[in-house]
Design a protein around this ligand. Structure first.
Ligand SMILES: [Zn+2]
Length: 81
């Protein structure tokens, strides 16, 4: 399965890939608790349709944004506001 999220940390050598966004987010939270580092994730290899939907939904992939907009809940339809 292609990886969907890559978690890296600017403060150490952390670098892991996940095919489930929930697992990636879990690692970020665990890493923050254990090391006080702010790990980040990059999303990759999503289908273009999913990428576009995420863009329109205002999902940027940064953990502080994803906290309010779970990527696992990207809507299929986006309102026109
Ligand atoms: Zn770290």
């Amino acid at each position: 399965m292609a990886s969907r999220a890559t978690v890296t940390c600017p403060d150490c050598a952390l670098h892991e890939t996940f095919d489930r966004l929930a697992a990636a987010r879990s690692l970020i939270e665990t890493h923050r608790e254990e090391t006080d580092h702010e790990a980040i994730w990059e999303l990759g290899r999503l289908s273009s349709g999913v990428e576009r939907a995420g863009d329109e939904a205002g999902v940027c992939g940064r953990p502080e944004c994803a906290t309010d907009s779970p990527l696992s809940d990207v809507p299929n339809t986006v309102t026109d506001e």
